[in-house]
Design a binder for this molecule. Structure first.
Ligand SMILES: [Zn+2]
Length: 182
């Protein structure tokens, strides 16, 4: 399959939403480590020398193993996002559809954005956010255990930020999705 030239935002949203629905999770925050165990994937912690995480797919036993850095200064929230991002790659079938050695910088960026979209759907589920229309950004950030900035980015991406700010800013913050990570 050809590597998409642009991130498949709609597809990634649906992949994330369908998956979270299938897990029947009704309590928050969502712990991506629980997801790994439920899916029978593996998690390892290692010194990745600056990399935050990656996923290894064993073609023989068809087993995914997510490896995250043992960085001492990384917050728990950031760590959770890194894991959710890797889960995003898995759910989008990036590792089984595209050969790593065929990916250039642009392709990596496209696939990373798609993984970030899925990660946002996993950690801050659309349906759950919708059920809390009268709650503050602080409340939501606490509920989903994400940073305030990540919550704002998510609301902008969903076109809901104006509900919280009293503005008409409904612009889609696709290009800022990477700031989930800050
Ligand atoms: Zn990635």
């Amino acid at each position: 399959m050809q590597i998409p030239k642009k991130p498949r935002y709609e597809y990634a949203k649906h992949v994330g939403r369908d998956f979270i629905k299938s897990l029947h999770i009704h309590s928050y925050p969502i712990d991506p480590i629980d997801i790994i165990y439920r899916m029978d994937w593996r998690l390892e912690i290692d010194d990745l020398c600056g990399e935050e995480g990656y996923t290894f797919y064993n073609t023989r036993n068809k087993q995914y193993c997510i490896v995250i850095d043992n960085g001492q200064n990384v917050s728990k929230q950031r760590c959770k996002f890194t894991i959710a991002h890797e889960i995003g790659h898995i759910l989008m079938k990036h590792y089984t559809t595209f050969a790593r050695n065929t990916l250039d910088d642009h392709a990596y960026r496209v696939l990373d954005i798609e993984a970030n979209v899925v990660a946002g759907e996993l950690l801050m589920p659309y349906l759950s956010i919708h059920k809390n229309p009268d709650k503050s950004i602080d409340f939501l950030a606490q509920k989903y255990d994400v940073s305030y900035g990540a919550m704002v980015t998510r609301l902008k991406f969903l076109g809901l930020h104006h509900l919280y700010e009293g503005t008409n800013d409904t612009s889609v913050a696709c290009e800022h999705i990477s700031s989930y990570h800050t």
